[in-house]
Design a protein around this ligand. Structure first.
Ligand SMILES: Nc1nc2c(c(=O)[nH]1)N[C@H]1C(S)=C(S)[C@@H](COP(=O)(O)OP(=O)(O)OC[C@H]3O[C@@H](n4cnc5c(=O)[nH]c(N)nc54)[C@H](O)[C@@H]3O)O[C@H]1N2
Ligand SMILES: Nc1nc2c(c(=O)[nH]1)N[C@H]1C(S)=C(S)[C@@H](COP(=O)(O)OP(=O)(O)OC[C@H]3O[C@@H](n4cnc5c(=O)[nH]c(N)nc54)[C@H](O)[C@@H]3O)O[C@H]1N2
Ligand code: SF4
Ligand SMILES: [Mo]
Length: 720
C-alpha cells in the first residue's frame, strides 16, 4: 500500500541580499522550515533585474544550509594562519575582545583600533560606524576608496546630491553603458534595468558601449569603444570638446541651468582630439561620432559603473563623464537622469554619527584624502601602509565585518603582511576565508533572512526594504549588529546602544510613520524615493551652492581639489615608462557573474557557471607569447605573479588582458586557501600615487606581462 504524504510547503516573498540590486524573489520552504527553492518574483511589480546566471536564486537557499557555514565562535589554537581552532562560547569571545580592546584603547588610544568593513548587508555597517563613533576611533576602513564614492561625489559636486537615478519607465534615445556590466552585476549606478534598456532599444534608442572587454550588450551596440583601460576621463573630455567645438551643446540649458561653462570651454581648448586618440586608443572619427550621437539623440542616459572608480584620477574621471550630462541638458528631463528625494526613513548618517562625539579626523589614517574624511572611510591601502610603517602610530587591533581584505585590497602580499602584524585580529564571517584563517578570533555571522533586518544600501538609491527573518541561522551564528551591540555594552557604551539590538529597526523606520513590524506587512515591504524633474523647480532644482549644474565647483576648491576636470589630470599616468616597457599589457577586470566579489565561493550551484579563474587575451597576443587556449598561464607585475586559465577572445584589445577578480580556493589543502595563487590583487599596487581626493587606487590598467611556464607556482616578487 502506498501512503501518500502531503508535503507542507510554504512560500514567502523575499528580497535578494546577494547584490545591492535587491531583486524581488519568492522562496519556498519545506515543512521543517528549510528554504528549498528561490525564484524571481516577476509578478511582484517590484524591482526584478535578475543577473544572467541567477546568482541570487541559486546562492540564497544553498548559503543558508551549506555545510561549511561558520556556526560557533572560535579562538585560534595554533599559530596565526595555521587555521586551527577551538570552539568557545559567545561570552568568552566577547569578553576576550572587550578585554583586549579596553587594553589597547587605554594604552595606545582608541585610534589603535580599526573597524574594517565591507559593503553593508544589513545593519552591520551602521552598527560598526556607530561603534567607532562612541569608541572615538576615526579608523573605519571601507571599500569607499574604490566603490560608490567617486561616482557619488561627482554627482554631489555637479548636481548637488548623490541621489541621481535613471528615469526608469521612460525611454531615452541614447544609452551609454560606461564601465558597467549590468548583466552580471545588476549594478549600473543609475539603476536603469536590463528590461528598461531592452525596451528603449526596441523603441529605437542608440546604444554606446565604453568597454575594453566584452559583455552581452557589446554586440548589440551601435558603437563599441574598446578604450584603453583607465582612459575614460580622457575620452569624456574628448567628447566634451567635440560637443562644445561643434556647437552641439544645449544652449538654453547651459545658459539657464549651469555654471562654469566658460571655464570648461577654455579647458577643452588645451588639448587636441589627437591627444585624446593617443590616450584612449580610439580614433578621432569615432570620438566625434559618439559625441555627436549622444549630444543629438535626446534624452540620453549614461549608465556608469565601477570601472570609472578605480584609478589614480577616479574622482576627476567621474566628474569628466558627468560634464557630458550637463552639456547636453540631460539632467532633470524625462528619459534622462533625475534627482530623487530619498524615502522617509531614519537617515543612516544620524545612526552613524553623534554631535557630541565628532570623528577625530585629525588623528585618522588617510587624513590626506579630503573626500574620504568627509565620507567617513579610511582608504584600504592607507590602513595597510600604516600598519606596516607604524607611522603615525601602531594599529593594535582590527575587527573585520563583511570583508575579505586578503583577496580584495590592492597588493595582497602587503595586505597579508599587515594583517598578520596586527596583534589582535577579529573576523566576523559566514564562511571560512583566507582572512578568517589568519584571525585570532572568528565570529559566525547570520545572513540576512536569518535575522530581522532592513536593506537601506546602496545609499544613493534612497530606498529601504524589509528583510524579516524567515530561516534559522546555523548553529550559534549571530547577526553582526548583535555582536557589535553586545560588545558595546561590555565596552561601557550601553547608553549609546540598545538593550536588544533589534530596537534599531524601529529607529531606522522612525520617519516613515511605520514600525518595523508594520513595514514587514505583505502590502508594504519597500519604500521608494520620489523622482523630481527640472520643470517642477527650475529655480533651485540642483542642490549645489549655486542651485545649478556646476561644471566648475567652488566647493571642490575649498577642499583643495581641482574645481573642473582637466585633461592633464584625467590622463595622469600612475605607472612609469620603464614599468610599461617591462610589463607591456594593460591588466583590467570586471566583476565575476557567478559570485559577489570574493564571496560565496563555496556555492556549488554557481560552480557550474564559473569553476575557475579565467583570463582573456586577443589571439594575436596569445600567439606572440606562445600561449594556447585552455592552458594555465602566468600573469606577472612588479608586485608578483599569479596563474589563471587562458581563454582566447577576438574582442579583447591586443594590448589588454582581462583577468578574473576575487579567486581563492575553498577546497585547498593550503591553510589559507591559496590566496596567492589566482588572486588578481597580488598584481595591483596600493603604495605610491592614488586619487588625491578619494584615495582610489589604479585597478584598471595595471602593467603586467604574461608567459607560459611549466613550473610549480610560487609568489616570488618579480623584481626580487
Ligand atoms: N555578479 C556580481 N555582481 C556584483 C559584484 C560581483 O563581484 N559580482 N560586485 C558588486 C560590486 S562591489 C560593485 S562595485 C558592482 C560593480 O559592477 P559594475 O559597475 O558593473 O563594474 P565591474 O563589473 O567592475 O566592471 C564593469 C565593466 O567594466 C569593464 N572595464 C574594465 N576596465 C575598464 C575601463 O578601464 N574602462 C571602462 N569603461 N570599462 C572597463 C569590465 O570589462 C566590465 O565589463 O557590482 C556589484 N555586483
Ligand atoms: N583588483 C580588483 N580589486 C577590487 C575590485 C576590482 O574590481 N578589482 N573591486 C573592489 C570593490 S568595488 C569592492 S566593493 C571590494 C569588495 O571587497 P570586500 O569588501 O572585501 O568584499 P567581499 O569580497 O564581497 O567579501 C565580503 C565577505 O563577507 C562575507 N559575508 C557575506 N555576508 C556576510 C554577513 O552578513 N556578515 C559577515 N560578517 N560576513 C558576510 C562573505 O563571505 C565575504 O567573504 O573589492 C575591491 N577590490
Ligand atoms: S541581480 Fe542577481 S544577485 Fe543581484 S539582487 Fe538580483 S538576483 Fe540577486
Ligand atoms: Mo564595489
Amino acid at each position: 500500500m502506498f501512503q501518500r504524504t502531503t508535503v507542507m510547503e510554504t512560500k514567502k516573498d523575499i528580497y535578494c541580499f546577494v547584490c545591492p540590486s535587491h531583486c524581488a524573489l519568492k522562496a519556498t520552504f519545506d515543512e521543517n522550515g528549510k528554504m528549498i527553492k528561490v525564484v524571481a518574483d516577476a509578478g511582484s511589480g517590484q524591482h526584478v533585474d535578475i543577473c544572467d546566471c541567477r546568482k541570487g536564486p541559486v546562492t540564497i537557499p544553498e548559503a543558508h544550509s551549506h555545510g561549511k557555514r561558520l556556526q560557533f565562535p572560535m579562538k585560534r589554537a595554533g599559530e596565526r594562519g595555521e587555521n586551527k581552532w577551538i570552539r568557545i562560547t559567545w561570552d568568552e569571545a566577547l569578553d576576550t575582545i572587550a578585554e583586549k580592546m579596553t587594553h589597547y584603547r587605554d594604552t595606545y588610544g582608541p585610534e589603535s583600533i580599526a573597524m574594517v568593513l565591507g559593503e553593508p548587508k544589513s545593519m552591520d555597517y551602521a552598527f560598526a560606524q556607530r561603534f567607532a563613533t562612541f569608541l572615538e576611533t576615526p579608523n573605519v576602513i571601507t571599500p569607499g576608496n574604490y566603490c560608490g564614492v567617486q561616482t557619488g561625489h561627482a554627482d554631489q559636486f555637479s548636481i548637488g546630491t548623490m541621489h541621481v537615478l535613471g528615469d526608469t519607465g521612460y525611454d531615452p534615445k541614447c544609452i551609454i553603458i560606461w564601465g558597467s556590466n549590468p548583466q552580471n552585476t545588476g549594478s549600473n549606478f543609475r539603476c536603469f534595468t536590463q528590461k528598461d534598456v531592452a525596451r528603449a532599444m526596441k523603441n529605437g534608442a542608440k546604444l554606446i558601449m565604453m568597454e575594453p572587454g566584452k559583455n552581452r550588450y557589446c554586440e548589440k551596440a551601435d558603437h563599441w569603444l574598446r578604450l584603453k583601460p583607465g582612459s575614460d576621463g580622457s575620452l569624456a573630455m574628448g567628447m566634451a570638446k567635440v560637443i562644445i567645438d561643434e556647437d552641439l551643446y544645449d544652449k538654453d540649458y547651459v545658459a539657464n541651468y549651469t555654471v562654469g561653462f566658460e571655464e570648461l570651454k577654455k579647458e577643452v581648448a588645451n588639448f587636441t582630439l589627437q591627444d585624446v586618440a593617443d590616450e584612449t586608443w580610439i580614433d578621432i572619427e569615432t570620438i566625434r561620432t559618439v559625441a555627436r550621437t549622444y549630444a543629438t539623440s535626446k534624452p540620453g542616459l549614461i549608465m556608469w559603473g565601477n570601472a570609472l572608480e578605480n584609478s589614480v584620477a577616479a574622482l576627476q574621471i567621474c566628474r569628466a563623464v558627468s560634464m557630458l550630462r550637463g552639456l547636453t541638458g540631460n539632467v532633470g528631463v524625462e528619459g534622462g537622469e533625475l534627482i530623487n528625494i530619498p524615502a522617509k526613513f531614519g537617515r543612516p548618517g544620524r545612526f552613524y554619527f553623534d554631535r557630541s562625539h565628532p570623528r577625530p579626523t585629525q588623528k585618522s589614517i588617510g587624513k590626506e584624502f579630503p573626500i574620504a574624511m568627509g565620507a567617513a572611510y579610511v582608504p584600504t591601502q592607507s590602513l595597510v601602509q600604516t600598519i606596516l610603517s607604524e607611522d603615525p602610530y601602531p594599529v593594535k587591533m582590527a575587527m573585520c565585518h563583511v570583508t575579505n581584505p586578503l583577496l580584495t585590497y590592492p597588493d595582497s602580499v602587503a595586505t597579508y603582511e599587515a594583517f598578520m602584524k596586527v596583534p589582535f585580529l577579529v573576523v566576523a564571517e559566514i564562511f571560512p576565508t583566507s582572512t578568517t584563517a589568519i584571525a585570532d578570533i572568528v565570529l559566525p555571522a547570520a545572513l540576512p533572512l536569518e535575522h530581522n533586518s532592513i536593506a537601506y544600501w546602496p545609499a544613493w538609491l534612497g530606498h529601504i526594504r524589509a528583510m524579516p527573518k524567515c530561516v534559522e541561522p546555523p548553529g550559534e551564528a549571530w547577526p553582526d549588529s548583535r555582536m557589535i551591540n553586545e560588545l558595546a555594552k561590555r565596552m561601557g557604551m550601553r547608553e549609546h546602544f540598545f538593550e536588544d539590538w533589534e530596537e534599531c529597526l524601529d529607529v531606522m523606520m522612525a520617519d516613515s510613520g511605520m514600525t518595523y513590524k508594520e513595514f514587514c506587512e505583505p502590502d508594504k515591504r519597500v519604500i521608494h524615493p520620489t523622482k523630481t524633474y527640472l520643470k517642477d523647480n527650475p529655480e533651485r532644482y540642483f542642490k549645489t551652492p549655486s542651485g545649478k549644474f556646476e561644471f566648475y565647483s567652488q566647493q571642490m576648491v575649498q577642499l583643495g581639489i581641482s574645481p573642473l576636470p582637466t585633461f592633464k589630470e584625467v590622463s595622469t599616468q600612475r605607472f612609469s615608462k620603464e614599468q610599461w616597457e617591462r610589463y607591456p599589457l594593460y591588466l583590467t577586470n570586471g566583476k565575476e557573474g557567478a559570485y559577489f566579489s570574493s564571496g560565496y565561493r563555496h556555492i556549488e550551484g554557481m560552480k557550474k557557471y564559473s569553476a575557475e579563474a579565467i583570463c582573456e587575451l586577443n589571439p594575436r597576443t596569445a600567439s606572440r607569447y606562445g600561449l594556447n587556449e585552455g592552458e594555465m598561464i602566468w600573469i606577472e607585475s612588479r608586485k608578483g605573479r599569479i596563474q589563471q586559465r587562458l581563454k582566447i577572445s577576438e574582442h579583447v584589445h591586443p594590448n589588454v588582458i582581462v583577468a578574473a577578480f576575487g579567486w581563492w580556493d575553498t577546497e585547498a589543502e593550503h591553510n589559507e586557501y591559496d590566496w596567492r595563487r589566482y588572486n588578481i590583487n597580488i598584481l595591483t599596487e596600493g603604495d605610491g600615487a592614488n586619487c588625491p581626493a578619494t584615495g582610489s587606487v589604479q585597478l584598471r590598467g595595471v602593467p603586467v606581462r604574461v608567459y607560459a611556464e611549466k613550473q610549480s607556482w610560487g609568489n616570488e616578487r618579480a623584481d626580487a
